[in-house]
Design a protein around this ligand. Structure first.
Ligand SMILES: NC(=O)c1ccc[n+]([C@@H]2O[C@H](COP(=O)([O-])OP(=O)(O)OC[C@H]3O[C@@H](n4cnc5c(N)ncnc54)[C@H](OP(=O)(O)O)[C@@H]3O)[C@@H](O)[C@H]2O)c1
Length: 211
């Protein structure tokens, strides 16, 4: 079943997710803060529409494809326009030296961002461990690409899972939103593997079931 999504941000993750979502027949709205730049990006994405920053997004799922440092501000700017929406936090709140996270001890970026969301919006962590270029190139062809999901609302997680499945990816429920901290550390682990042991960017984290 097709999902209607809005993506806030027009950078590499926004375009990677948008391209894959459109190819799978989902409705995609792109919202940037600069109208001219947004229209340029939308023109490269066959079937996408451009939204207006700050207005109510058309998508049931609203993907925050902005840096973690802007995420809470952006959610705050939209305010009640996000009421009733599923806000998908894909951010990696990684410190500049890439050896830790910038989030408070005992919390996660997703939980901090959720504090800025209006009542009636459900924040779900997802996609933060999938590199944008892997989503585009699908370098995991023939293998399962996992998208770990954390959130407190079962229906919101089910909606995100359906969207993930529509992209040909495997959603894996990692538990409540508090588990976003673990997912954000997993994102940090990937960045460290990229800079050390694997020394390349063409990989994805996945869970393997051993029968
Ligand atoms: N790249 C990846 O492989 C990857 C993988 C997993 C997760 N992520 C996460 O995905 C998020 C986006 O990453 P990216 O690689 O797509 O970054 P990016 O290419 O630098 O794009 C960031 C986007 O955020 C927008 N933005 C920044 N501050 C904003 C604000 N205050 N209001 C509205 N828009 C704002 C920028 O808008 P302008 O163009 O107007 O500056 C830009 O379009 C990050 O949180 C990152 O940690 C990335």
């Amino acid at each position: 079943m097709a999902t209607s999504i809005s993506i806030i941000g027009i950078g590499s993750m926004a375009t990677a997710l948008a391209g894959r979502a459109l190819a799978a027949g989902n409705a995609v709205q792109i919202i940037g803060r600069d109208t001219a730049k947004t229209n340029e990006v939308v023109a490269t994405l066959d079937g996408a529409t451009a939204g207006t920053a700050g207005a109510t997004p058309t998508g049931d799922l609203v993907i925050l494809a902005v840096p973690y440092s802007s995420a809470a501000d952006v959610v705050g700017q939209y305010g009640d326009a996000l009421s009733g929406k599923i806000v998908v936090d894909i951010t990696n709140p990684v410190a500049p030296d890439m050896t830790g996270l910038v989030t408070p001890e005992g919390s996660s970026g997703a939980q901090e961002t959720a504090k800025a969301a209006p009542a009636g919006a459900h924040v779900v962590k997802a996609f933060n461990t999938v590199f944008g270029h892997v989503l585009i190139a699908d370098t995991a062809k023939g293998r399962s690409l996992d998208v770990f999901i954390a959130g407190d609302d079962a229906q919101a997680k089910a909606s995100v899972s359906r969207f993930v499945e529509s992209l040909g990816l495997r959603p894996l429920d990692a538990g409540p939103l508090a588990m976003a901290r673990a997912l954000e550390y997993a994102g940090l682990l990937e960045i460290s593997l990229m800079n050390h042991g694997l020394a390349n960017t063409r990989f994805a984290l996945s869970a393997t079931v051993i029968d």
